[in-house]
Design a protein around this ligand. Structure first.
Ligand SMILES: Cc1cc2nc3c(=O)[nH]c(=O)nc-3n(C[C@H](O)[C@H](O)[C@H](O)COP(=O)(O)O)c2cc1C
Length: 644
C-alpha cells in the first residue's frame, strides 16, 4: 500500500465515542485530519475484546456497529488516507483515583500510580485474547479499514508483558526477552494470518520507559529487533514513559526540549530490520519534520497534538503556508480534557476541534455587518476580534498595552511559556488579514467607546487577583506585597541574583504559579510556597503536575501545605509567620526578601453596567466572563466572535 506523503496522525484518544459506539463527530475528527493532508490516521484504542465492553471506546469485537465502522472508513479512505485502528489494553495501568477491579496483567505486580493489582492472565486467556483481537482486526478490514496499530508502549498491557520489571512469569510468556515478546509476536502472526499481506500492521513500542530495571534505550533495541525479525509488521513507532512517575514522558511538554525521543529513535532505526520507523514526539514545526526526513532518521512523521491544534498542518506546509499554521503549544490541555475531565478532546489553539468546518477554518460572512468594539488585546479579545472581523463586521480593538497578547505575553517569558506566543502571533496575523483596526496603547473608557457608536461591545478586560485576607488593608493600599502577576512583570526585568527567600502564597494552583516559582528560583537563594491546600498544583492535570513536582524537587523549592501566613510586625524584619489552617500551630520563615500571592481572580467588568445603561449590547469573554485557563479564553472569544 502506498501513502500519498509521509505524515501520519498518531493515536489520540478523543472521548468522542458515545456508549461504545462511533459518533458522527468522531468520524468528522478523522475525516478532518485526512482532508488536512495526513496520509494515514491512527484511531484511538478500540474495544477489540469482550472484556473491554464497558470502556468508553468504540467496540469492534462484534458486528453491532459495523455500519458505522464502514462509514468511518469511507470518510477517511476516500480522501486517500489510510485508516488504522489502534489495539490497546491498559492492563493494570490506571491514572484516575481508585483501583481498577477489572484489570488484567502479565504478573501480580501493582500499577505504579494506582496500585491496581491485575488479574494474571492464564495461557488459555492469552490465547483467547489474541484470537479475539485478531478477529476484531479482520472485522475492521471487512469494514474497509487499511490496518491496525498494536500499542505495546506507554506502559500498557503489552508493554507490561515486554518489561522484565512487570513480567515475572515462569511460563512460555515470561523469562527472557523472546518469551516476554511472545504475546506480541503471536498477535501479529494471528492478525497477518487472518488479514493477509495487504493489511497494515504497525507497532507502537517503548523508546525508554524511565522505570528502573525495565526498558531503557538498550532494551528498546532488543525488543524492536525481536518484533521486526521476519518483517511481519509494516512500520514501528516509539514513544516514552510508562504508567509510573514517568507518565509525563507519554506526552512531552513545553518544559522540555523539542523532539525529545529523536536522539534514541535515530539509533533504534538500526534495530528494526529495515521495517520503516515513524518518528513522533513533539515534532511541531514542519522544518523539524523535514530535517528528520532529510537526515534519514525516520521514514514517517507521526503528529498527534500538532494535528489536534491544526489538522491542515500538512496541507498548509505543502502549499507554502507554514506561517498560517496554528501551532501546538505542548501544553497538554487536550490530555487534561480527555483523561482528567472525561470530556471531548479540546485545544487551546483550536476552538473548532472535530467540527465540519474545522480544516483551514475561515468564517462565513455575515449578512448583517455591525460596528463592534473589542476591549482588551489578550488572547480572548484577539480571538473574538479576528473572527468577528473575518465575518465582515467592522471591528475596532482597544488594547491598553502596546502589543497584543495581554497576560499570555507575560506567561511567555516565564519557564515553559515560549510556545504560548503561537496563540497571539496567529491571532495577530489573522486580525490583520481580517481588517481589525488595532488601537493599541489606548485605555478604553465609556467616552471613547461610545464615540465610535458601536452596535456591540465585547469586553475582554481580564481579571485581577484578590488580596488575601491575611494582608492588612494598610499594606494592601500601599501595594507593598504585589500579586504574582504584577510581581513577575518586575522580576523578569532583573537578571541579578539576590540573597534571601522568595515566598509565594498559593491559592491559585494553576501551572503559571509554578513557572513563576522557577523564575524566582533563578533570582533568589530559596523559594517557598505556602498553600492552604494539602499539596500544590491541584488544578493542574496529572502529566503536567508530575513535571511540576519533578522540577520543584530538583530545584529544592519547598512547600508548606495546609498553612496561611500571618502578618505581624516581624514581617518588617524579614520574618514571615504562618499558621496551620486546622490547628493554628505556627512556624516562621526567616530571611524573607520577597513576598507575593497568587489568588482567585475577580473579573475586571466595571464597564459592563455603564455600557448597558447606555443601551449597548455587551458580551463578555475570557477572564472577564469567568477567570479560568487559556482554553476558556480562546474558546469564549471564538464563540462570541462567531455569534455576535
Ligand atoms: C490527548 C492525548 C491522547 C492520547 N491518546 C493516545 C492513545 O489513545 N493511544 C496512544 O497510543 N497514544 C496516545 N497519545 C500519545 C500520542 O499518540 C503521542 O505518542 C504523543 O502525544 C506524542 O506525540 P505528539 O507530540 O505529536 O503529540 C495521546 C496523547 C494525547 C496528548
Amino acid at each position: 500500500m502506498g501513502l500519498r506523503n509521509r505524515i501520519a496522525h498518531v493515536s489520540m484518544t478523543t472521548m468522542l465515542a458515545t456508549g461504545g459506539r462511533v459518533t458522527d463527530r468522531l468520524i468528522q475528527y478523522h475525516a478532518n485530519r485526512a482532508s488536512g493532508g495526513a496520509a494515514m490516521t491512527i484511531t484511538e484504542p478500540l474495544g477489540t475484546a469482550p472484556h473491554q465492553a464497558t470502556l468508553p471506546r468504540v467496540q469492534v469485537w462484534n458486528d453491532s456497529d459495523s455500519d458505522a465502522l464502514k462509514r468511518w472508513a469511507d470518510a477517511v479512505e476516500t480522501q486517500d488516507c489510510r485508516l488504522i485502528g489502534q489495539i490497546q489494553d491498559a492492563g493494570r495501568g490506571r491514572h484516575a483515583p481508585g483501583r481498577n477491579p477489572e484489570a488484567i496483567g502479565a504478573s501480580a505486580r501493582p500499577d505504579d500510580l494506582s496500585w491496581t493489582m491485575p488479574h494474571v492472565l492464564t495461557t488459555d486467556e492469552i490465547f483467547s485474547l489474541v484470537a479475539n483481537i485478531a478477529q476484531s482486526a479482520q472485522r475492521l478490514q471487512r469494514c474497509g479499514w487499511s490496518g491496525t496499530e498494536i500499542s505495546a508502549g506507554h506502559g500498557h498491557l503489552f508493554h507490561q508483558f515486554l518489561s522484565p520489571w512487570s513480567n515475572v512469569r515462569t511460563d512460555a510468556y515470561g523469562g527472557d526477552w523472546h518469551a516476554r515478546a511472545r504475546i506480541v509476536v503471536e498477535l501479529v502472526a494471528e492478525i497477518r494470518a487472518l488479514c493477509g499481506p495487504r493489511f497494515i500492521i504497525g507497532l507502537k513500542l517503548p523508546v525508554d520507559d524511565g522505570v528502573p530495571n525495565s526498558i531503557g534505550p538498550a532494551e528498546a533495541a532488543i525488543v524492536a529487533d525481536i518484533l521486526t525479525t521476519g518483517k511481519n509488521v509494516d512500520y514501528v513507532c516509539f514513544a516514552g514513559g510508562a504508567h509510573a512517575r514517568t507518565l509525563e514522558m507519554h506526552v512531552p511538554d513545553r518544559y522540555g526540549p523539542p523532539m525529545p525521543y529523536m536522539p534514541v529513535i535515530k539509533k533504534l532505526r538500526h534495530a528494526t530490520n529495515g521495517v520503516p520507523v515513524m518518528a513522533l514526539g513533539r515534532i511541531t514545526d514542519p522544518a523539524e519534520a523535514d530535517g528528520i526526513l532529510a537526515r534519514g532518521e525516520a521514514a514517517l512523521i507521526g503528529l498527534g497534538r500538532p494535528l489536534v491544534a491544526d489538522p491542515a498542518w500538512p496541507r498548509k506546509t505543502a502549499n507554502g503556508r507554514v506561517w498560517d499554521i496554528r501551532y501546538c503549544l505542548s501544553c497538554n490541555t487536550c490530555w487534561g480534557a480527555i483523561v482528567m475531565q472525561h470530556r471531548a478532546i479540546a485545544c487551546v489553539n483550536n476552538p473548532r476541534v472535530a467540527l465540519p468546518d474545522e480544516v483551514d477554518f475561515w468564517p462565513q460572512r455575515t449578512t448583517t455587518p455591525k460596528r463592534i468594539i473589542v476591549v482588551g488585546a489578550g488572547i480572548a479579545g484577539m480571538e473574538a476580534a479576528w473572527v468577528a472581523a473575518a465575518r465582515g463586521h467592522q471591528v475596532t480593538l482597544f488594547g491598553r498595552s502596546p502589543e497584543p497578547g495581554g497576560k499570555a505575553r507575560l506567561r511567555a517569558l516565564l519557564p515553559g511559556g515560549e510556545t504560548i506566543s503561537s496563540i497571539y502571533d496567529y491571532q495577530t496575523g489573522a486580525a490583520h488579514r481580517a481588517g481589525v483596526d488595532l488601537e493599541l496603547g489606548v485605555t478604553a473608557n465609556l467616552e471613547n467607546i461610545m464615540a465610535r457608536q458601536p452596535d456591540a461591545v465585547i469586553l475582554a478586560t481580564g481579571s485581577t487577583m484578590l488580596s488575601p485576607d491575611w494582608l492588612p488593608a494598610s499594606v494592601q493600599s500601599e501595594n507593598l506585597v504585589p500579586n504574582l502577576r504584577d510581581a513577575m512583570q518586575e522580576i523578569i526585568r532583573h537578571t541579578q541574583r539576590q540573597p534571601g527567600t522568595a515566598v509565594i502564597f498559593d491559592m491559585d494552583h494553576t501551572e503559571a504559579t509554578y513557572a513563576a516559582a522557577e523564575a524566582l528560583h533563578a533570582r533568589f537563594s530559596r523559594v517557598v510556597i505556602i498553600t492552604p491546600r494539602d499539596t500544590i498544583a491541584t488544578d493542574v492535570q496529572m502529566v503536567t503536575r508530575q513535571g511540576i513536582f519533578r522540577r520543584m524537587a530538583d530545584k529544592r523549592i519547598t512547600t508548606i501545605p495546609l498553612a496561611e501566613p500571618r502578618w505581624s510586625a516581624a514581617c518588617e524584619d524579614g520574618k514571615l509567620e504562618y499558621a496551620n489552617v486546622y490547628n493554628g500551630d505556627t512556624g516562621v520563615i526567616e530571611d524573607v526578601a520577597f513576598l507575593t500571592y497568587a489568588t482567585p481572580r475577580v473579573p475586571n467588568d466595571a464597564l459592563v453596567a455603564p455600557l448597558r445603561a447606555a443601551g449597548v449590547a455587551v458580551h463578555l469573554v475570557g477572564d472577564c466572563l469567568s477567570p479560568q485557563e487559556l482554553l476558556s479564553a480562546t474558546a469564549t472569544g471564538h464563540a462570541v466572535g462567531c455569534a455576535v
